[in-house]
Design a protein. Structure first.
Lengths: 487, 461
């Protein structure tokens, strides 16, 4: 027997806080199941699927849904909800203007910028609301990094046109990674400072380059993210051009690397032409069949600076090949793209939710009886939930599923370390890897200075039976080889 | 490339990750916008005209210097003829008028001699044989019911730079008065005296003294504990100081002058009727800027609360007027109060009144609050306004300028509603004032205005 309790509250907290709250409440003795979420259609669907009856509510309503052993346990569970919400509420003591009962916290990005005289804002509100905060930052004379995804492309274009008019930089939307003045924003690795700068229409692509260059002893200064769609036909590289202009004007920058997921060819050509006219040399890491992979670009940057690329580190050895299909489960979209391009050249077509060509698209069930690679960071898989670099639940489920599938010949995973990522990804991933029999290859993107520690993470994963590479390209080649493709 | 702390809005994880690198973070207390507004917000906020339009609208408002240049009957300066009336708020038909507006119109009809007994006037309005329209449509504003009839004397306020003028009737005092819907014989007697004695005395004093700088008096009174909506004591005394020499040395019998001085000195709200048209004069300068999201008028007729926005011309966006929350006179209680009424919210629209509550601690209890509430209110209004008025500064907030220029997009984004200080009229025609308190506009009018702005933006794209 169990008892369910559903209540609506006129309150708001972001999805990451609510995930933590739900997790904390679910771990309370006597609570069988708990979900605290904003009343978005998607969340209501999830709650209904969990067997809760949710009264009509709006996305601005907080839904508290509990399943407990008996009705008597409801008050204790609600107390746990309140305690977890209170813990999730941030301490405002560090905020300016907190001078007693009449203090008013800034409610908009523009107001906060004007109060503090700041010139950089970081926006990670839900995508449908991100444009308002970003424009507000531009109005206040600041640059803005928009971490939020699910921002309509026409809003991105309008936003970037305003920024271009005013000489401001919009990093994003869906910009996961940037380093500005040595500060990592969003997901960023800890690398030595240097005179190589990156312009990145790809967060994990930038992280891979930073980490490879760091391993080769080459430091990286600014990393200006521009959002994954910046080099699309619609957006036309507006932020890329502004970022290149700034870095070219910066005397501290000796070399620029432009990294992107497969761009629109016409835009790539325009940007390439523009880059050729700059006084600072620009290396292009524009992924695509026949183009150099990220590791190759890192090697040529090291060479151009007069160095020699090291042998990229590998830890552990994969279990022996057993025949079967390659299944790649990624949190980084660019890492997934790169792996697909490399593996497809050896294994043939690979189905994906971010396919290299449309006929290879996977259905929403993410099922295929052939080779397959899934990007769990894709917009469609992050609606109403946190990014897989923060919340690994979805990928772990699929890892167990594909690991148990006799048709799987090899599992290829990425693990991305650095600021803002999970504090210890190996803690959950290593046992999951140990629990399956198939060979597992991991691209672990990180540095020894990252909060999670590259060595500690790689060793834990290797100890669980994985073969751990720093180079994603090398990991993809190795996985393709284990799946029976030519080396 | 960046200075100051990094500002973070949204998931706290990213703010924490920046702080862990030893970099200070200023967090935005972000919450979702009013329901159903996110698409319109994105459209209006990315309108290429908006930022410059708002800058121009605000600068126009802040640039106006309002001076009192004359006092004259409405028939002369507004061209009102017998059977024409003005009233507060957005337009309204007789069948929907509230008790206090009805009472004031009926009293005014008797004042103009259209009927002998105000009670008989209802038939005139029902039959439509007289006309009534908003003060705002004739460059005027009126407190509470805001009823203006041809024989009433008006303050004439002018912007010397442009020659534009606005108008407001003379304040009758508190209690049983026409603007609160009372129309008893003593109410009408007072109005007759104001037209026969007070108006001419003031006219001659103003003409002799020369233009009185109302904007400058507002600057001073805000530093003397007035917020210029529910407290106008310092402003009233400064006006007396400026006009009394000319009143005393003018052509009128000393008994009339003494009565006029006693009347003005005994009515702490006398200056409200100068503050209001000065605010309207300033805000009218910000009208009709294509792309601007700034509110240029907030007004109530006791039934509807309406706003007009710079970028949408003369269109009114209306919703139900709310009941004020505050204190009641004598044995009156919440059931006796009429919903919010009056053009006096023009003061809040211009950044004073409830927006400048921090500067008027003496009346925070009168409107049911505490001093910290008052400070927080003014700070909160900065979250929804485009600018600070450097002329109107608030000492206790380290001389920060009054929060000026309500931005429709900021209201929709934050859900923070403009805070208005107000008097409360009795629900029944003829009763008069029953209390005073705090009130907000109905939230729905801001998404309505936003939708109209978005439609214009899309039609221009």
């Amino acid at each position: 027997m169990s008892h369910t309790h559903v209540e609506l509250r006129d309150a708001y907290a972001d999805s990451v806080v609510l995930l933590e709250v739900s997790k904390a409440v679910a771990a309370t003795p006597g609570v069988l199941d708990a979900q605290v979420a904003m009343g978005t259609p998607l969340n209501v669907e999830v709650l209904t699927g969990m067997g809760f009856e949710v009264p009509p509510c709006s996305p601005n309503t907080m839904v508290v849904a509990l399943r407990v052993g008996s009705e008597e346990e409801v008050p204790a569970a609600l107390a746990a909800v309140d305690a977890a919400l209170a813990a999730g509420r941030r301490d405002s003591s560090g905020s300016s203007g907190s001078d007693g009962p009449s203090a008013v916290l800034p409610r908009t990005t523009g107001r906060a910028l004007r109060r503090t005289g700041s010139t950089l804002a970081l926006v990670s509100v839900p995508g449908e609301h991100a444009t308002a905060e970003a424009v507000d930052a531009l109005d206040a004379g600041a640059d803005v990094l928009v971490f939020s995804d699910n921002v309509p492309v026409e809003q991105e274009v309008a936003l970037k046109r305003l920024a271009t008019e005013r000489g401001r930089l919009v990093m994003g939307p869906d910009c996961g990674t940037a380093v500005v003045d040595g500060v990592g924003l969003g997901f960023a690795n800890v690398v030595p400072p240097g005179d190589v700068a990156l312009v990145a229409a790809s967060g994990t692509g930038a992280q891979q380059l930073m980490c490879l260059l760091a391993a080769a002893g080459v430091g990286v200064g600014d990393v200006l993210g521009v959002g994954g769609r910046d080099l699309s036909e619609e957006v036309g590289g507006l932020s890329t051009l502004e970022a290149l202009r700034r870095l070219d004007a910066d005397p501290g920058v000796r070399r620029i690397v432009l990294v992107s997921k497969p761009p629109a060819p016409a835009v790539a050509a325009r940007v390439e032409e523009h880059a050729a006219g700059l006084s600072t040399p620009v290396d292009l890491a524009l992924l695509g069949p026949g183009r150099p992979d990220l590791t190759a670009v890192a090697e040529s940057v090291v060479a151009a600076l007069g160095g020699t690329a090291p042998t990229w580190p590998v830890r552990g050895t994969a279990r022996p090949a057993r025949g079967g299909h390659l299944r790649g489960l990624f949190v980084g979209g660019t890492l997934c793209d790169e792996a697909m391009i490399i593996a497809a050249g050896r294994l043939g077509p690979i189905r994906s939710n971010i396919p290299l060509s449309p006929e290879l698209a996977l259905g929403p069930d993410l099922q295929s009886d052939g080779h397959l690679m899934v990007d769990f960071g894709d917009d469609r898989l992050t609606q109403g939930r946190a990014h897989p670099m923060i919340d690994p639940t979805l990928r772990l489920e699929q890892l167990a599923r594909f690991g148990a599938d006799p048709a799987t010949g090899v599992l290829l995973l990425d693990v991305v370390l650095g600021h803002a990522a999970e504090p210890d990804p190996a803690a959950l991933l290593a046992p999951a890897i140990a629990a399956v029999d198939v060979p597992v290859v991991v691209a672990c993107v990180g540095t020894t200075a990252d909060p999670q520690g590259l060595d500690r993470q790689a060793e834990a994963l290797a100890g669980a039976g994985a073969e751990v590479h720093l180079s994603n390209a090398a990991a993809a080649r190795r996985a393709a080889e284990l799946a029976g493709g030519a080396a | 490339m960046s200075t100051g702390p990094i500002v973070a809005a949204g998931a706290d994880l990213f703010a924490t990750a920046v702080e862990s690198q030893g970099v200070p973070v200023e967090r935005v207390d972000w919450r979702p916008p009013m329901e159903g507004t996110s698409a319109d917000l994105a459209t209006v906020l990315t309108d290429p005209l908006r930022a410059d339009a708002n800058r121009r609208a605000v600068e126009a408002v802040l640039g106006v210097q309002a001076v009192l240049v004359d006092v004259a009957p409405a028939s002369e300066v507004l061209g009102l003829s017998k059977g024409e009336f003005l009233h507060a708020g957005p337009p309204i038909g007789w069948e929907r008028t509230s008790g206090p507006l009805r009472g004031a119109l009926m009293g005014a009809a008797a004042l103009e001699g259209l009927v002998d007994d105000p009670e008989d006037a209802a038939a005139l309005f029902e039959a439509g044989s007289v006309t009534w329209e908003p003060c705002h449509h004739r460059s005027a504003v009126g407190p509470m019911a805001g009823v203006v009839s041809p024989s009433m004397w008006m303050f004439v306020i002018e912007d010397a730079a442009s020659g534009r003028r606005t108008y407001c009737s003379l304040n009758e005092g508190l209690g049983k008065v026409l603007r609160y819907g009372a129309y008893a014989p003593d109410v009408l007697d007072r109005l007759h005296w104001m037209a026969a004695v007070l108006g001419p005395v003031l006219r001659d004093a103003v003409r002799t003294t020369g233009p009185v700088d109302v904007t400058a008096i507002l600057t001073q009174m805000l530093q003397m504990g007035d917020e210029a909506h529910n407290r106008n004591r310092a402003g009233t005394l400064m006006l007396l100081r400026d006009l009394s020499p000319a009143m005393v040395s003018g052509p009128h019998p000393s008994s009339d002058v003494a009565e006029a001085l006693r009347f003005i000195g005994g009515n702490d709200h006398f200056f409200l009727n100068l503050a209001m048209p000065a605010c309207k004069l300033a805000l009218d300068a910000g009208r009709d800027v294509e792309g601007s999201t700034m509110v240029v008028a907030m007004a109530r007729n006791g039934t509807d609360f309406g706003i007009q926005v710079s970028g949408t011309g003369d269109e009114w966006f209306t919703g139900p007027a709310q009941l004020a929350d505050g204190l009641f006179l004598g044995s009156y209680g919440p059931d006796d109060a009429n919903p919010d009424i009056g053009d006096s919210a023009i003061t809040e629209t211009a950044g004073i009144g409830g927006f400048a509550m921090a500067t008027a601690p003496a009346i925070v209890r009168f409107v049911g609050g505490t001093v910290p509430d008052a400070l927080a209110t003014t700070r909160r209004m900065h979250e929804i306004t485009l600018a600070e008025n450097p002329r109107w500064s608030i000492p206790v907030l380290d001389f920060a300028g009054a929060p000026t220029g309500i931005d429709v997009t900021a209201v929709c984004r934050t859900g923070i509603l403009p805070q208005i200080n107000t008097g409360m009229a009795g629900r029944v025609a003829g009763v008069g004032q029953v209390g005073a308190g705090l009130v907000n506009p109905p939230a729905e009018i801001f998404p309505k205005a936003l939708a109209a702005l978005a439609a214009r933006t899309r039609s221009r794209a």
